[in-house]
Design a protein around this ligand. Structure first.
Ligand code: PBG
Ligand code: ZN
Length: 278
C-alpha cells in the first residue's frame, strides 16, 4: 500500500499465513477491512457471502482459532460515492444505513467473526445491529463500537488505501467535532446504552484526553485506534532522518495506554510486538 509503509492488501488465500505469524507474535486479535471487486450506490458487496472479509474470517478462524477476529462494519469502501451510508436526495439516510449495516454485521457473524465493529457513526446503529445478531442466534458475538470517532485529518493514508474518500462533501455530518469532547462522551454513553461491549476512541494521539475521560467515566473496555495518519507521521519523519522510528513508535503507543486504553489498535502491532519481545 503506497500510502502506508510496510502495509499490504491481502487476498483471502494469504490471510492464514499472516494470521499464524500474528498469533506467534502474541498479538491477541486482528481487525479486518475489506475491499470489494465492484463498488455500487448501496455498497452491496459488503454483505455478500462470497465477500473478501467473509472468506478471510473463515480462513483465519480455521488457521488460528485462538486469534480473535474483529471485522470493521461500514459501507464506505463498498459504495461508489465513498460515504459511510446510503444516500437519499444527496443526503445520508441514517436509518436505511442502519438496516444495511445490520446485514453486514450478520454476514460477518455467520462467517465466524468474534467481534463486529461498526465504524460508520450513524445514530442508533448499535441497537439495530445487536437486535439483528441476537434474533439470529449470535448472542455471543461481541460488539465493539467506534463510539467517539472524530472527523479527523489523520485518516488520509487509509482512505487512499481503501479508495474510500467521499466523492463529494465530507464526513462531518456523522463524525464528531474534534473540538467537542463533551459530545464525544455523550456518544460513548449512548453506544453503551445501546449494547456496545467495547467502545472506541478514534484517532488516539490527538484525543488522549477523551480516552482518559472515558476510562474514568465508564465501566466498559475502552479501545483506542492509532490511525493511519498517526502511523505515517512517524514513518515519514523517520524516513526523513528526523527521529528514531522504534523509540517514537513506543512512546506514541505507551501514551495511548497511559491515557487509559484497554485495547490498542495499531498498524505498528507487529513491529511493537517484536520490539517488546526484545
Ligand atoms: C470509515 C473509516 C475510516 C477509517 C477506517 N474506516 C475513517 C474515514 O475514512 O473517515 C480510517 C482508519 C485509519 O485512518 O487508519 N468507516
Ligand atoms: Zn465508513
Amino acid at each position: 500500500i503506497p500510502s502506508m509503509a510496510g502495509c499490504f492488501h491481502l487476498s483471502p488465500d494469504r490471510v492464514a499465513e499472516e494470521a499464524n505469524e500474528i498469533a506467534r507474535l502474541g498479538i491477541p486479535a486482528v481487525l479486518l477491512f475489506g475491499l470489494p471487486e465492484h463498488k455500487d450506490p448501496t455498497g452491496s458487496e459488503a454483505w455478500s457471502e462470497q465477500g473478501a472479509v467473509q472468506e478471510a474470517v473463515a480462513r483465519i478462524k480455521e488457521a488460528a482459532p485462538d486469534l480473535v477476529v474483529v471485522t470493521d462494519v461500514c459501507l464506505c469502501a463498498y459504495t461508489d460515492h465513498g460515504h459511510c451510508g446510503v444516500l437519499r436526495a444527496g443526503r445520508i439516510d441514517n436509518d436505511a444505513t442502519c438496516d444495511l449495516l445490520a446485514k453486514v454485521a450478520l454476514s460477518h457473524a455467520q462467517a465466524g467473526a468474534d467481534v463486529v465493529a461498526p465504524s460508520d457513526m450513524m445514530d442508533g446503529r448499535v441497537s439495530v445491529m445487536r437486535q439483528a445478531l441476537d434474533r439470529n442466534g449470535f448472542q455471543d458475538v461481541c460488539l465493539m463500537a467506534y463510539a467517539a470517532k472524530f472527523a479527523s485529518a489523520f485518516y488520509g493514508p487509509f482512505r487512499e488505501a481503501a479508495d474510500s474518500a467521499p466523492a463529494f462533501g465530507d464526513r462531518k455530518t456523522y463524525q464528531m467535532d474534534p473540538a467537542n469532547s463533551d459530545q464525544a462522551l455523550a456518544e460513548i454513553a449512548l453506544d453503551i446504552e445501546e449494547g456496545a461491549d467495547i467502545v472506541m476512541v478514534k484517532p488516539a494521539s490527538c484525543f488522549l484526553d477523551v480516552i482518559w475521560r472515558a476510562k474514568q467515566r465508564f465501566d466498559c473496555p475502552i479501545a483506542a485506534y492509532n490511525v493511519s495518519g498517526e502511523y505515517m507521521m512517524v514513518h515519514a519523519a523517520a524516513q526523513a532522518g528526523l527521529l528514531d522510528l522504534r523509540a517514537a513508535m513506543q512512546e506514541m503507543c505507551t501514551s495511548i495506554k497511559r491515557a487509559g486504553a484497554d485495547i490498542l489498535i495499531t498498524y505498528f502491532a507487529k513491529d511493537l510486538a517484536r520490539t517488546l519481545k526484545g
